[in-house]
Design a protein around this ligand. Structure first.
Ligand code: DC
Length: 222
């Protein structure tokens, strides 16, 4: 039987950085489910789909096939066989994914694929609903969070490195809006699974968070 680790938490909590490190050190396959939702958002943007109209989004989902591959250990996302990994990390895609991921047809499109991967392999999967909906039987569940200020500051520094002109205030507002959407949607909202371990990374280094998760993993394996 495969071993599954679920890491959920809000935007900017450091999930993907931590998840990449932990999965590499434990020899697990890392599945970034946010990237899958982002690939669907790319389809909606490229095809001018009205993302606020449920019927249009549902019809579009019928045209979408998402698959994952790995190159040098890095996850690649394919949208109808085209590698769109390089298109996923823009603010426009983030905002669109936050709206479209609340649509039941979008979630249905990805659920089976996510579960199939976890059934076959030892995966560490991160997202918003992994511990609550996708893999309720995961052997280890982590809910990784950090204060809004910490998350906005981290994202601001990343944006500055990319040379973007976003202000700290804009980023903080964007994070707050996305938190509200992710946590309040009717279907698969972001919330801590009852049996998830809560980790607040506001005052922790990446190394400390990685070590903490590995410690919990060792405890579960004993
Ligand atoms: O983690 P991320 O920022 O790459 O996620 C992009 C969007 O997808 C975000 O608004 C939340 C949504 N998402 C989701 O609804 N369920 C998941 N399992 C992963 C992401």
């Amino acid at each position: 039987m495969s071993f599954n680790i679920a890491i959920d938490g809000p935007a900017g909590a450091g999930k993907s950085t931590i998840a990449k490190r932990v999965s590499k050190e434990l020899g697990f396959i890392y599945v970034d489910t946010g990237a899958m939702y982002r690939a669907i958002a790319v389809y909606m943007l490229e095809n001018g789909v009205d993302i606020h109209d449920d019927a249009s989004v549902k019809a579009a989902c019928g045209q979408i096939r998402i698959t994952l591959g790995y190159e040098d250990g890095e996850q690649q996302v394919y949208l109808n066989e085209r590698n769109v990994t390089g298109l996923l990390r823009t603010e426009e895609v983030s905002r669109t994914a936050s709206v479209t991921s609340a649509n039941p047809a979008v979630r249905e499109t990805l659920l089976d694929l996510q579960r199939e991967m976890a059934a076959k392999e030892n995966v560490l999967m991160d997202g918003r609903d992994i511990g609550t909906q996708v893999l309720p039987n995961a052997q280890l569940k982590i809910y990784l969070t950090a204060s809004v200020q910490t998350r906005a500051k981290r994202r601001y520094l990343e944006e500055q490195e990319k040379g973007s002109g976003c202000t700290y205030e804009e980023i903080r507002r964007d994070i707050e809006e996305r938190d509200a959407r992710d946590m309040s949607r009717k279907i698969a909202p972001l919330k801590k699974a009852e049996d998830a371990i809560l980790l607040d990374s506001s005052e922790m280094t990446i190394d400390e968070v990685v070590e903490e998760i590995k410690k919990h993993y060792r405890e579960v394996c004993q």
